[in-house]
Write a protein that binds this ligand. Structure first.
Ligand code: UD1
Length: 421
């Protein structure tokens, strides 16, 4: 698959365009199955997860055409097929196919979704929500099977505001006539995006982005166009790169309000952040200052997907930081890699204790998951000397041309493809 090679220690200067949000686009791609027409997604990032979801839609006899950030999906000829294990294993977000496939075909059989290995990531909340809407299910060691003789509106209370389960419930509800009420729903901006798309398809939705969402569904949904908002986690990744390496970078096409939850963290670390229209100028000219404690939480709290990036920055910060992971178990697997570079991080349960060091050195590294892989890239950019990062397919799941964009900011970074690629 290849590796990323970085000669660290360069400050970053220039401008980078933030692409559309992966976590907004993937559920809309899944939801497109329900409208039996054409969905146009603008601002669609060219990343491996989008390509993998296109592959699954093609397998279900949908047509996809992806050019220059515009993805057109024609689901008019879709036919039921079992979704292959090798496809779902590539993509954790394949779980959001359960609601739409069930709504369109009355059945779904899915191998347990793959994607990042960050804890057990069970699906009980998804299954509960779809059961409330009229599905029955059985679970074997490798597969989940669901079927229904007809879904119906319902009142659903989630035991935890799971993003994916909220999406599955909203999508399946939007294709039923009548009103579904979802309590303890996730409030992430990607839920609001999905609701905006479902409304364009004909559903009437109130409360998107709050913990109680009402969906007045429509039996047959219509074709719709969707504009993906910028990826807040990608914006946060480039901010973290500047915080760790120093420099001055314009982030083009960001929506600062979506970055709530981590802007304060970076300003607290000493970063200067200025909003300039559609751009955000981020500058850092000294060592980051470590805050006392950060806890991950559901939106609008500090996002779990930014945890690894901020930990890389704090590794070279002044003082100590306590970082508590409250969403996923087992999300500190990359810490051993950072410690091999010279970081001083101790992990106890779901809490990392980081004692900042004045610098660290390049090493041979392996990306354990998407966001941890990005965090290792940031650490390597800030380190002295050469680092090589393997298993970069994880990073390619969520970042469009990551190496190219960092190189345009002055980083000495190359992707080296292995001979068999
Ligand atoms: C989504 C995002 C991911 C982000 C996460 C939390 C996508 C494609 N991925 O993942 O980037 O890190 O939200 O913001 O949008 N849980 C259960 N049972 C369930 C479902 C979830 O116990 O049925 C648990 C999970 O194990 C986890 C927590 O709930 O501990 C949050 O998971 P969830 O909000 O569902 O995250 P995802 O939708 O998988």
């Amino acid at each position: 698959m290849g590796k990323i090679v970085i000669n660290g220690g360069k400050r970053l200067f220039g401008s980078v365009c933030i692409h559309g949000a992966k976590n907004a686009v993937l559920p809309v791609m899944a939801a497109s199955l329900m409208n039996e027409g054409v969905t146009v997604i603008r601002g669609c990032p060219d990343i491996a997860d989008v390509r993998a979801m296109c592959g699954i839609l093609n397998h279900l006899h949908c047509k996809t055409d992806f050019k220059k950030g515009c993805l057109v999906i024609d689901t008019s000829m879709a036919e039921y097929e079992e979704i292959k294990a090798e496809d779902t294993k590539q993509l954790r977000a394949s779980s959001v196919l359960m609601g739409p496939v069930l709504a369109r075909f009355g059945k779904v059989r899915l191998a347990y979704p793959g994607g990042c290995s960050i804890g057990s990531r069970p699906l009980d909340i998804h299954l509960h929500a779809l059961k409330c809407l009229g599905a029955s299910w059985s679970v074997s060691e490798d597969f989940i099977e669901m079927e229904t003789t007809g879904l119906h509106p319902s009142e659903i209370t989630l035991r935890f505001p799971s993003v994916g389960a909220t999406e599955n419930a909203l999508m399946a509800a939007a294709a039923q006539c009548g009103t579904t009420v979802l309590y303890n729903a996730a409030k992430e901006p990607e839920i609001e995006s999905l609701c905006a798309y479902l409304e364009k398809c004909g559903a009437v939705i109130t409360g998107a982005g709050t913990e109680c969402v009402r969906v007045r569904g429509k039996g047959v949904l219509q074709s719709a166009e969707f504009f993906a908002k910028p990826d807040r986690i990608v914006a946060g990744t480039y901010m973290a790169a500047v915080a760790a390496c120093g420099g001055s970078v314009y982030l083009q096409g960001v929506t600062p309000s979506l970055c709530r939850g981590f802007l304060d963290v970076f300003t607290g670390m000493g970063m200067d952040i200025r909003m300039e229209g559609e751009a955000m100028l981020v500058q850092m000219y000294h060592r980051p200052v470590n805050l006392h404690k950060i806890c991950t939480g559901a939106y609008p709290d500090f996002p779990t997907d930014m945890q690894s990036m901020v930990l890389s920055v704090a590794s070279v910060g002044e003082g100590t930081l306590i970082l508590k992971e409250q969403i996923f178990e087992n999300r500190f697997k990359y810490v051993d890699e950072l410690n091999r570079m010279g970081s001083k991080i101790k992990v106890e349960g779901n809490t990392a204790y980081i004692e900042g060091v004045s610098g660290f050195t390049g090493a041979q590294l392996a990306a354990p998951d998407l966001r941890a892989g990005a965090a290792l890239v940031l650490a390597a950019l800030a380190a002295d000397g050469i680092s090589e990062i393997e298993d970069i397919e994880y990073i390619q799941r969520g970042y469009e041309d990551f190496e190219g964009k960092l190189r345009s900011l002055g980083a000495l970074i190359e992707r080296v493809d292995s001979e068999r690629d």
